[in-house]
Design a protein. Structure first.
Length: 149
């Protein structure tokens, strides 16, 4: 059964194809949330390395709170084009993440997850006017201060 072209997806569902800026943002956040969960399971299975905590914090900062359509800027062709380019780059890092997952290389999964979160943060910054872009170094700083003490 084909989906009616005019029908909308339920709130919170993964978009079938990015049609507007918010769809691209949702796709990026869903992807990041999924990989964060996969990474968390692997990290816990392999005894959580303290270096993984900033990675998880960075991911959480990008997707929390979950984006809402009302906070997004009006669509523009240029913004949508830029978001789709960022999403394409994000997906390349997802592929690398999955490759390292198959090999069980958790540290390399962490590196790729940071890249995915960075692209998702950039997409969110383009779409969501209330979002303050994060950097991994900002997320990591409190953990570095703890190590120094």
């Amino acid at each position: 059964m084909k989906k009616n072209a005019g029908s909308e997806e339920p709130e919170g569902s993964v978009p079938t194809g990015p049609r507007n800026c918010f769809d691209v943002l949702l796709a990026a956040c869903w992807r990041l949330a999924q990989l964060r969960y996969v990474f968390l399971v692997w990290a816990e299975k392999r005894n959580m390395n303290p270096n993984f905590e900033p990675v998880l914090k960075f991911c959480s900062g990008v997707i929390s709170p979950w984006p809402v359509k009302e906070k997004c800027l009006a669509d523009s062709g240029e913004t949508l084009k830029k978001e789709k380019e960022l999403l394409s780059s994000l997906e390349r890092h997802v592929s690398s993440f999955r490759k390292f997952e198959r090999r069980g290389e958790v540290s390399l999964m962490a590196d790729e997850l940071v890249q995915v979160a960075d692209f998702a943060s950039s997409i969110r910054a383009l779409c969501d006017s209330s979002f303050t872009p994060l950097s991994f170094l900002d997320a990591k700083a409190p953990f570095m201060d703890e190590a120094d003490e």
